[in-house]
Design a binder for this molecule. Sequence first.
Ligand code: NAD
Length: 360
Amino acid sequence: MEYRLGLIYGDGIGPEIVREARKVLDKVCEKFNHTFHYEELLLGGASIDVHGVPLTEETIEKAKASDAVLMGSIGGDAATSPWYQLEPSKRPEAGLLGIRKALNLFANLRPAYLYQELKDACPLREDIIGDGFDLMIMRELTGGLYFGERKTIEENGVRKAIDTLTYDENEIRRIARRAFDIAGKRRKKVTSVDKANVLDSSRLWRKVVEEVAAEYPDIELEHMLVDNCAMQLVRDPAQFDVILTENMFGDILSDEASMVTGSIGMLSSASLNDTKFGLYEPSHGSAPDIAGQNKANPIATILSAAMMLRYSLDLDKEADAVEAAVQKVLTEGYRTVDIMSEGCKLVGTKEMGDLIAEAV
Ligand code: NAD
């Protein structure tokens, strides 16, 4: 098959890690007989350097014309980079918010998977980790408290701030369907997280999720209150498959879930809209402190590319092959510096990419 893929190399370590992911994708093409047509898109600091702004119409149009976009991270060191002398709306991060909005990316997916080989980095006790965990957080990204009406007023000399949490049933339904679809490709369980004992928005959330669940009879649905979920993530993370939740709860829970894996260089992510299109990127930033030194771990980006194969291109076998290749290279003891431990073999960014491509 033929696909059109956008590549955003980005800033800092971005170009190094995207190059390695591309190497792995090329290997997938060779092995499975596909053709990927790559189109380079500028975003963030790299776009400021060329166009003076972090996002252009050209980038948006090229992204829309792609089946999916793979991105390294964007941004620089705020203390030293000239990008941060610009007004906030012209800085690199504004480009990222802008492209998410322009492409209507309302569903954010963040997996938290514990590799047995890296379990020393996991801050949880051995008896809690057990055989490891493999969960996916599906966070609503364009509604809720962060996008509601807000204001700060003064009443009788007392300052008062108001934020509004709004969801309509369509916003809930579209993300719930996405979560059930993804659970269908996994272990077939959705945990919908809310605060239905207090919030009206959560009570509507629960009702609509139940309506959607009726369309997916082979997928198990459970509801969990957000405070309980925060506890369960550190008490027994293996109980979860897909966690479906609204914007603010997802913001907090996805950071908690990623920290329990302990390895920032390993964590992938995706942002999806209501077509097959997605923007795939590592969860970490552009690590300007190690940029250009062949030290960055490319695995988060390579695993993001695997998510792209699975969720935007429906190439499950190919995604499995990439994930198995990462697993194989870790089992053989190869490590970049961020995940290095005693007795393992230290490799650079490029060597790690070569090893994974070879293992595909
Ligand atoms: P960061 O994630 O870039 O770095 C935090 C620490 O983790 C650093 O010590 C870094 O060296 C290390 N690290 C990160 N990724 C690594 C990898 N793949 N391999 C090895 N080590 C890795 O976070 P930060 O320093 O707070 O932010 C740096 C820049 O990245 C800022 O400009 C920030 O705005 C931007 N940022 C971008 C995104 C994004 O593009 N989505 C996300 C977060 C931060």
